[in-house]
Ligand binder design. Structure first.
Ligand SMILES: *[C@@H]1O[C@H](CO)[C@@H](O)[C@H](O)[C@H]1NC(C)=O
Ligand SMILES: *[C@@H]1O[C@H](CO)[C@@H](O)[C@H](O)[C@H]1NC(C)=O
Length: 215
């Protein structure tokens, strides 16, 4: 339940893929090849889950145009599945995955960067090949229950300390010990993406950006 806090995180991938256009060509499909399936595959990804994954993106001639491993610090990227934070082809092609699974996705231009392409990175009408690996996922939308769980002093806004306290608590429950720098990075990113008015707190309104989305 507490894991929904991860829904705060919208990392670089969203920026990278922002501004794409998608033509309506329902006859085009994402081709999904499962490259590796863990023996234990019970939890499967669905819309609204927070995904933590690595991606390598290739053009059809084999040129690699994106690699989450070489970007920034090489951490796997976080995004919410099925809400347009990544290109449509990834939203579709990463449904029903379990943690540890690897897939090769062949994405038609209409579900990728369309006729326009993407700046100097992806040419117009490009079919994209993605090698994806799902590391981790958490269930659920940004619920107000989760907000209240983090809002220790019931002030109806979240401070950095509250979020840190919550994350540490959750990790303790899961038997994880992490360095302070990990939490610093997470919290910095959370605030960069969610503290829209820059007052150093995340209000209920800023938190619940998806309240109108049927996640
Ligand atoms: C593959 O296509 C891209 C974009 O059209 C081009 O920039 C690149 O040089 C090509 N690579 C090869 C190996 O042909
Ligand atoms: C991309 O495809 C569209 C429709 O299939 C076509 O009209 C357009 O000319 C193509 N653009 C390029 C640059 O090939």
């Amino acid at each position: 339940m507490g894991a929904v806090v991860w829904l705060f995180l919208f990392l670089q991938l969203c920026n990278f893929f922002a501004g794409f256009t998608v033509a309506d060509e329902p006859n085009e499909e994402v081709k999904i090849e499962v490259v590796f399936l863990p023996e234990k595959c019970t939890q499967k990804s669905k819309k609204g889950d927070l995904m933590n994954a690595h991606y390598d993106g290739y053009l059809s001639n084999g040129t690699k145009f994106y690699c989450s491993r070489s970007e920034k610090d090489g951490h796997p990227k976080w995004f919410v599945l099925g809400v347009g934070q990544v290109i449509k082809g990834l939203d579709i092609g990463m449904k029903g995955m379990c943690p540890g699974e690897k897939r090769k996705l062949t994405i038609p231009p209409s579900l990728g960067f369309g006729k326009e392409g993407k700046a100097d990175i992806v040419p117009p009408n490009a079919t994209l090949i993605f090698e994806v690996e799902l590391h981790h996922m958490s269930r659920g939308p940004r619920s107000m229950e989760a907000f209240r769980e983090m809002d220790f002093d019931n002030s109806r806004s979240l401070t950095k300390d509250e979020i840190r306290k919550f994350l540490v608590m959750e990790d303790k429950k899961g038997g994880k010990v992490r360095e302070d720098s990990f939490y610093d990075a997470v919290i910095t990113d959370v605030f960069r993406k969610s503290d829209h008015n820059g007052d150093g707190e995340i209000s209920a309104k800023e938190y619940n950006v998806y309240e109108h989305d049927e996640l």
